[in-house]
Design a protein. Sequence first.
Length: 551
Amino acid sequence: METHNRLYDAVIIGAGPAGLSAAIYAARAKYRVLVLEKNKIGGQITITSEIVNYPGVEEAGGKELTEHMRVQAEGFGAEFVIAEVLDMELEKEIKVLHTTKGDYEALGVILAPGANPRKLGFQGEKEFQGRGVAYCATCDGEFFTGKDVFVIGGGFAAVEEGIFLTKYARKVTMIVREPDFTCARTVSDKLKDYDKIETIFETEIIEAGGEHALTYAVFKNNANGEQWRYDAPQGETFGIFVFAGYVPNTEWISESVERNEQGYLITDMDRKTNLSGVYAAGDVCVKNLRQVVTAVADGAIAATSLERIASELHSRLSIPDLYKAPEKSETESEKVREEKEYFTKGEGFISNEIRQQLAGVFTKFASGVTVRAWLNDSSLSGEIRGFLNELTAITDKVTWTEAAEDVSESGLNGMLLPAIELLDSAGKSSGIYFHGVPGGHEFNSFIIALYNVAGPGQELDSQTLDKIQALSGKRNIKILVSLTCTMCPESVMAAQRIAAASEHVSAEMIDLSHFPDLKERYNVMSVPCIVIDDEKVVFGRKNVEEMLELL
């Protein structure tokens, strides 16, 4: 093998607690480690605001806990790449992973993609997703301010999200199929402190409907078989939040990896699958308890088991040491503390730690990018100016200018203002726009958009690229988002990647908090909301292939 630039001892797919734990253990053992994550670091646990049962940590938020894990893994030398795995060749001695950022090779692979929210299949669930049926209180709770809300489920997530929804809803009704909650009593007992919450046991939802948004729901009492119906007050809508557990995220994994009837990956006590050099960790595995503590244990076991395989392959195939020691100018705990202080003091949009990371990212840009800002007298325009000033101070690869043209003559043609438009090195529009400050979960999608315009950009397989280049006519994709939404960035990045590769497509990220009238125009009650050519409205997370199908 001539080069080892893309060869790793361990490639970990998924950056939740299991993947992060595996990265910590493998990197600390001085193996070269790559973590691939298609959405965001931390996984599902980042939407959990309070973790009180993790040993040694009295209380922490999911995002805070996993951020410490990430910093710890990076401190030992683990590398992180935001990319989607498209296909894997796992039967080979040296594994090959085909991703949206090119191919990687590995002596061993740890599968830790976690699980996705379970859908119940009741009548109306699919039809009203995004129009009243939702699966993430953090993402969509705001849309139900002053409305009645039903929470379906009796586990930990249902209870926690039900409590969270009291910030917005007029009333929260918990619908629990079992005679009691299925989580620890110390968790469910918290509901007693909230007058807004009512609980109905031994009940399930069987139907929901309405015209454009939810106006009624039908429930069944499992104890006596009787049905009852809820109707929203005249002229109002309501919400149904489903928290009925999770299904393993394994549909994309080759069938050569054995799984049970429910789709969970089957492993031995060392977390090894049926394939040599392939391990699994976390919620994706067959197990009795799915908690953060068991996920991190899985990651540690899988990593230490993989180390034996990697060591044997190094010796037998004469592979040189791949490990690269991390460069540290300060301790990792200092970096975490510095970032917290930076945001607490409100000293800017971009922390010092993120600045350091971006400096390395910008060196990979093949050319420069110009950000043209279409601004007005709004306070949001002032925030955009501040954000762009901070961003462009980091690198000379990104510059920004304020549009001087009269908007009516500029070609924007009534487009929402303010707007951030990305131009290539020749000054040609990429068709990519941000309406709002791309912070929160959208900061990463903004940086990736810059990278796609500057080149070389995220790699696309030839078949996908052919589909993009076959598009004709003027096409527009609007992604209506909330910056707290964990599912929105994938849709935003997919739309932007298509726009960067096609002169016929424009893609707009719109922060709904600044454009509330769009909620009414498109009947938005969940994000991401995808609007194609101002006509077709679709809800839910979409990748590039799924976005192309919509077009």
